[in-house]
Design a protein around this ligand. Structure first.
Ligand code: CP
Length: 334
C-alpha cells in the first residue's frame, strides 16, 4: 500500500502524472473519485490553506472529511513504544490509527516538530507511526517536509512558464527573516522538488549554520544526479539573485541551535536584510516570486513584491486544492 509521506518516495513519472491530474482537476472541479469514502484530517497544528483545501477537495470528489485535533477535540495520543501511560496521553497511536482506518479510507496528518531536539524531530515519529499502524494510505499535510506544498509549487511554476519542463531554470531558495525560529519543512521540500524538476538550484542562507539537514541536502544531490540541473549553496545575496528565474522564500531556524532558540535569536536578528524586496528582485531575470504562506509582509517580503504581477503565491496556494485531489484520487484507486 502506497502512502504520500514524501515526494522522494514517488517516481518522477508518478509525480508527473499527479501534476497532470491536478491540472485536469483544475478545469473539472467536481467528480466522484471519493464517492462514499471518508478522509480523516488529523491536525496537531493550526492551518488555513491545508485544512480548507483538503476539506473542500474531499467534498468536491464526493467524499466526507472528518477533522480531528488530538489534545483539543480528540484524546491526546501517545507515540512512544513501551511507555507506561500515566501522563497526559490518553490512548496509543497503535489503537488510534487502527480505529481510524476502520472508519475512513485515507488519513492525512499535520504534525510539526516539537522544536526541542532535532535528532528526535527528524525521525518524523508522528507521521511514520500513523503510516506504521494505519491500514489505509496516509498523507503528509506537513511535518518536517511539506510534499503537498511541493506539488502546488511545481504546478504553479509549470503554469507560469507554460511548460512542464522546468530544466534550465535558475531557482533560488532564499532564507528570510522571521522573529521566530520556524520549521524547516517547506525549505526541505522546496529543495527537494526544485532539484527533482532538474532546475539549477541555489540555497541562499545567511551562514553555513542555516544549511538544511543532511538528509535533504543528500536528496537534492541525488535528484541532481538523476534529473540534471545543479545545486549550490550561497551566502551572498546579490550573486544568488542575479539572473534568477524563480525566487522562493522561507524562514527557518538554524539546526545547530535547535531547542536553544534564545541563543539563535541574536544571530537571526542580524539578517533582517534577507527580506525579499524590489531591489533584489530587480537583479533577477524578471523572476517569479513565491512563498508557501502564511507570510508576514514587510518582514519576509515587501508589499511591493507580494503585490507584484510576478508573485504567484496565491496561485500556488490555490493549487493546493487541485494537487491534493490528485494525490487522494491516486491513493484511493491503488
Ligand atoms: N502553506 C500551508 O500549509 O498553509 P497552512 O499552514 O495555512 O495550512
Amino acid at each position: 500500500m502506497k502512502h504520500f509521506l514524501n515526494t522522494q518516495d514517488w517516481t518522477r513519472p508518478e509525480l508527473d502524472e499527479l501534476l497532470k491530474q491536478a491540472a485536469a482537476f483544475k478545469t473539472s472541479k467536481l467528480g466522484d473519485q471519493l464517492k462514499g469514502k471518508a478522509v480523516a484530517l488529523v491536525f496537531f497544528n493550526p492551518s488555513l490553506r491545508t485544512r480548507t483545501s483538503f476539506e473542500l477537495g474531499t467534498f468536491q470528489m464526493g467524499g466526507h472529511a472528518v477533522v480531528l485535533a488530538p489534545g483539543k477535540d480528540a484524546w491526546p495520543i501517545e507515540f512512544e513504544l513501551g511507555t507506561v501511560m500515566d501522563g497526559d496521553t490518553e490512548e496509543h497511536i497503535a489503537e488510534v490509527a487502527k480505529v481510524l482506518s476502520s472508519y475512513v479510507d485515507l488519513i492525512a496528518v499535520r504534525a510539526f516538530p516539537k522544536f526541542v531536539n532535532w535528532a528526535e524531530d527528524r525521525q518524523d515519529k508522528v507521521l511514520n507511526s500513523f503510516a506504521k499502524y494505519a491500514t489505509v494510505p496516509v498523507i503528509n499535510m506537513e511535518t518536517i517536509t511539506h510534499p503537498c506544498q511541493e506539488l502546488a509549487h511545481a504546478l504553479a511554476l509549470q503554469e507560469h512558464f507554460k511548460t512542464s519542463d522546468l530544466r534550465g531554470k535558475k531557482y533560488v531558495l532564499t532564507w528570510t527573516y522571521h522573529p521566530k525560529a520556524l520549521n524547516t519543512a517547506v525549505a526541505n521540500s522546496a529543495l527537494t522538488i526544485a532539484t527533482r524538476m532538474g532546475m539549477d538550484v541555489t540555497l541562499l542562507c545567511p551562514t553555513p549554520e542555516y544549511v538544511l539537514d543532511q538528509r535533504y541536502m543528500d536528496w537534492a544531490k541525488t535528484n541532481v544526479a538523476e534529473n540534471g540541473g545543479s545545486l549550490s549553496i550561497s551566502h551572498d545575496i546579490a550573486s544568488a539573485y542575479q539572473g534568477a528565474d524563480v525566487v522562493y522564500a522561507k524562514s527557518w531556524g538554524a539546526l545547530p541551535y535547535f531547542g536553544d532558540w534564545e541563543k539563535e535569536k541574536p544571530i537571526r536578528d542580524q539578517f533582517k536584510h534577507f527580506i525579499v524586496d524590489e531591489a533584489k528582485m530587480a537583479l533577477t531575470n524578471n523572476g517569479v516570486f513565491s512563498h508557501c504562506l502564511p507570510l508576514r509582509r514587510n518582514v519576509k517580503a515587501t508589499d511591493g513584491v507580494m503585490d507584484s504581477p510576478n508573485c504567484i503565491a496565491i496561485q500556488e496556494a490555490g493549487n493546493r486544492l487541485h494537487v491534493q485531489k490528485a494525490v487522494m484520487a491516486a491513493l484511493i484507486k491503488q
